[in-house]
Design a protein around this ligand. Structure first.
Ligand code: ADP
Length: 459
């Protein structure tokens, strides 16, 4: 069985997720690794034959046999080495011929070793050659498990090539030692076969998991790109539609105002036109906010930077909203002395402050609203604190999401669109700042706009 077949056998369930090119590349890489890992084992085998020939005295007693074994191990070793080189060529592709050549080279070396070792043990069973032969064989067999673990039949072939001749030798000897050798070889073969299968599964599973993860992360990347494109398209569409809706809305409001102010209009007509104006104003602010959010998301808003007296701007916003205070709520405004001017977009900054101070007033039925300005940690902090209804910890994480309003019930007491905070946050982030929020349900909220101070060069 070839390496690619091994991959397919293990990857059953994951096949449709994987790119065939990536699979092929991974299998080629594995084959090269096998070739690389098999190379250090070769000198050990060659050395094993030499050591056995020399230490057992076989070189002196059976010079022809020993010499033949040495020549054979050098020849098969070269075959294996050449096979590995072929697989390691940079231009090498998965080719069954190359795989076969390499695999047969790998299997020929232990056969030469064990053939020679068996014949030495057979002629001198009680001598030093027996423990030497068995130790070398066991060591070679164990080292084959991790080295050839990815290619299960090569691994099993190696294990069998080393053990079957020893088992046959045991039968041939037929004495107590021989039966021991047979039993030992059979047990060792069974153990190594089970281990080889386990190692093989674990190695492939790890590789397949990695490939699946890679494929999934590519899929996620593609989905993210598609979602970004879809979001941009949606924002473009909303920006265009909102713009188109504003023009007829202006006409509706204009005519409703004419009717409302007309001396010929009856009381009923005035009341109806007032309703049209109120609903129209609400619709216009909704359209404006959708347009703003769409523009920010589509990256179509650019800040018009100029030097801003932030204290004067915040005071003007607070004063313009005082009329909306209800039930004796106080609006207090304070500025730290010597507050520096900053580079910002005054129109967009006003929009953010109108939203935050407007919300504080809107959601506060009793108590006070405080607007404080100061410098902290190299930033200007504009803090809008109120003693209003507050926001629960569970809702606090969502108030900056578009269209989120904490109280969604049909009996909702407060108007609004749920777009003010997301727009404000995006605008402040474009200015290089951030909005922080703290709140306790039933006690009040505190929104802080943190803006970087202008750099000295820009002052
Ligand atoms: P809206 O137009 O509804 O005010 P925003 O995006 O400005 O939209 O605010 C989103 C929601 O966050 C509000 O509907 C409200 O539930 C909650 N919220 C914002 N500011 C305050 C505040 N100062 N006190 C209590 N709740 C607030």
């Amino acid at each position: 069985m070839h390496l690619l077949d091994e991959f397919n056998r293990h990857s059953q369930g994951a096949v449709e997720l994987l790119d065939p090119k990536a699979v092929r590349a991974a299998v080629e890489q594995n084959l090269r690794q096998l070739a690389r890992y098999s190379t250090p084992g070769m000198p050990v085998l060659v050395l094993a034959v030499f050591v056995l020939a020399a230490v057992s005295g076989d070189l002196a007693v059976h010079a022809t046999r020993s010499t033949l074994a040495c020549v054979a191990i050098l020849l098969t070793g070269s075959w294996r080495w050449y096979g590995a080189r072929r697989l390691l060529r940079p231009e090498a592709r998965l080719s069954s011929k190359d795989e076969m050549f390499f695999a047969l080279g790998v299997l020929s070396t232990p056969l030469v070793w064990v053939g020679y070792a068996a014949s030495v043990v057979y002629t001198d069973p009680g001598g030093l050659s027996t423990p030497l032969a068995l130790c070398f064989s066991a060591a070679l067999c164990s080292s084959a498990l991790p080295t050839f673990g990815l290619w299960v039949w090569l691994c099993l072939g190696y294990v069998l090539a080393l053990n079957i001749p020893l088992a046959l030798l045991g039968i041939l000897m037929g004495d107590a030692f021989g039966w021991g050798l047979l039993l030992g070889s059979v047990f060792f073969m069974a153990f190594c076969t089970a281990q080889a299968k386990r190692i093989n599964s674990a190695l492939w599973q790890g590789q397949i998991d990695n490939l699946v993860l890679d494929a999934k992360s590519h899929e996620l990347e593609d989905a993210k790109l598609a979602a970004e494109v879809a979001n941009r398209t949606k924002s473009e569409f909303l920006a265009r539609m909102s713009h188109e809706l504003r023009t007829p809305m202006n006409a509706v409001l204009g005519f409703a105002q004419i009717i409302n102010r007309s001396s010929e209009a009856t009381e009923t007509l005035r009341a109806h036109s007032k309703q049209i104006i109120e609903s129209g104003n609400y619709l216009t602010s909704l359209i404006n906010e959708i347009l703003d959010l769409a523009k920010v998301e589509a990256g179509r808003i650019t800040l018009e930077l100029s030097e801003v007296d932030i204290a004067a701007l915040s005071k003007s916003v607070s004063d313009s909203l005082r009329a909306a205070l209800r039930g004796g709520v106080l609006l207090n405004f304070s500025v730290e002395d010597g507050l520096p001017r900053i580079q910002s977009d005054p129109i967009r900054l006003r929009q953010v402050l109108v939203n935050l101070v407007g919300n504080a007033i809107k959601f506060t039925d009793a108590g006070r609203v405080d607007v404080d300005l100061g410098v902290e940690g190299g930033e200007i902090h504009i803090r809008v604190r109120d003693t209003g209804i507050g926001i629960s910890a569970a809702d606090l994480g969502h108030i900056f999401d578009p269209f989120v309003q904490v109280d969604q019930s049909s009996t909702r007491r407060y108007g609004g669109t749920g777009l003010g905070l997301p727009i404000s946050r995006q605008l402040v982030e474009m200015m290089g700042g951030r909005i922080l929020v703290e709140s306790a349900e039933g006690k009040g909220s505190c929104f802080t706009v943190c803006l970087p101070l202008a750099r000295p060069a820009e002052d």
